[in-house]
Write a protein that binds this ligand. Structure first.
Ligand code: PLP
Length: 374
């Protein structure tokens, strides 16, 4: 029988966390403050210390962490928000939900991230469509920060603001500064398979703008004003559960070590594969949270099925650029086309990646992949 290896090993992490995790869940069951209990504020303070960002507003998902700041900023009909087309569907979705238009831009072939030129082309497309560009959502795909300084320079010149989608990159750094310090606001996700995941849905938005943070705090509880029945604005129910906050506090304790292990796993993959496939390219001025280790390979289907036969899972993030999906068929896009993203969707393949991938198992992945290419 072939031993099936996990793509992400949450059980190994669970064993490591041991009794401390169970005890912290038990504490919540004891005090019974399941909504906005003390662990929520504790987690917000811990994330603030971890990133150096002043304001942390936890919320119910990474998607809501993107939605809240856009809603708080009054983004709506007539507005355009530039988004990369090679990303998870939540990125454009929050824009469209507010009645604004996501304008799709291409990405870099090696880092998978939006480049300053792509942003410029997206802005031109938005204006050509008669829309008012107000913001861009910059995604740090697979854990590697985008070119935040150069993108910020374009944004400033063009009079738009940047919402950073760090759903995959919390824990990484750009020019020695932790992710979440770039752009006006940053969204993080605690979906279980993200580098820092909880046991359900969860997210947080991080910003150094106290006014924006306050509005988002109000919006996450039905637009609450001075008290519960003072409704200051139309909001939603977007709080993080106390239980998830308790879980995240435990996981945050070992997060630095896990990031280091992910980075070692990535290095081992690169050393074992860089002569046969296109391995991820990490820019020298940044670190990655290694949410995914994504190679580019011709004959992808053959490689994936060879891995699968050997009990090795792989995944395609993403099989289709979002401008090609039914939901966004009519959305404006950069005039120069989105060919880099289209081509990436045909070649990318993500390999098992988690902090507990031992060298022997990893060598099995590497060897199987090499054999499949012969
Ligand atoms: C996961 C993810 C999201 C959404 O996060 P959820 O917590 O699942 O809502 C948004 N953007 C990107 C790039 C993601 O990977």
């Amino acid at each position: 029988m072939t031993y099936q290896i996990p793509f992400v090993d949450l059980q190994a992490q669970r064993e490591r966390l041991g009794d401390g995790l169970t005890a912290s869940i038990d504490r919540v069951l004891e005090h019974g403050q399941f909504i906005m209990g003390p662990e929520v504020a504790e987690l917000e303070a811990a994330l603030s210390a971890f990133t150096g960002v002043e304001e942390v507003v936890t919320c119910s998902s990474g998607t809501d962490a993107l939605l809240l700041p856009l809603l708080a900023s009054g983004v709506g009909p007539g507005d355009a928000v530039i988004v990369p087309t090679f990303t998870f569907p939540a990125t454009p979705e929050v824009v469209a939900l507010l009645g604004a238009v996501p304008v799709f831009a291409d990405v870099d072939a090696e880092t998978f991230n939006l480049r300053p030129d792509d942003l410029e082309l997206g802005l031109a497309a938005a204006r050509k469509a008669g829309l008012r560009p107000v913001a861009a959502i910059v995604v740090d795909l697979f854990g590697q920060p985008a070119d935040h300084a150069d993108l910020a320079a374009v944004a400033e010149e063009e009079g738009i603001w940047i919402l950073a989608d760090a759903a995959q990159s919390l824990g990484a750094s750009y020019r020695d500064v932790p992710v979440a310090n770039h752009g006006r606001c940053t969204a993080a996700s605690f979906f279980p398979a993200k580098p820092l995941g909880c046991y359900g849905d969860g997210g947080a938005l991080l910003t150094n703008d106290p006014e924006l943070a306050d509005r988002c705090r109000s919006l996450r509880v039905h637009g609450q004003g001075r008290d519960k029945y003072d409704v200051a604005r139309v909001g939603l129910n977007a709080r993080l559960d106390t239980l998830q906050a308790a879980v995240l506090l435990e996981k945050l304790r070992i997060f630095e070590d896990e990031l280091e292990r992910r980075s070692q796993v990535a290095s081992r993959y690169t050393a074992g594969l860089d002569d046969v496939v296109a391995v991820p390219v990490l820019s020298p001025d940044r670190t990655s949270a290694w949410a995914q280790y994504t190679i580019r390979v011709e004959r992808r289907d053959g490689v994936a099925s060879a891995l699968s036969s050997a009990g090795i899972p792989s995944a395609i993030y993403y099989p289709r650029p979002l401008h090609r999906s039914e939901a966004y068929a009519g959305a404006p896009r950069a005039e120069a086309g989105l060919s880099v993203a289209e081509r990436l969707c045909e070649r990318v393949l993500s390999l098992p990646m988690h902090p507990y991938l031992d060298p022997t198992t990893q060598d099995r992945v590497i060897d199987t992949l090499r054999v499949s290419l012969r």
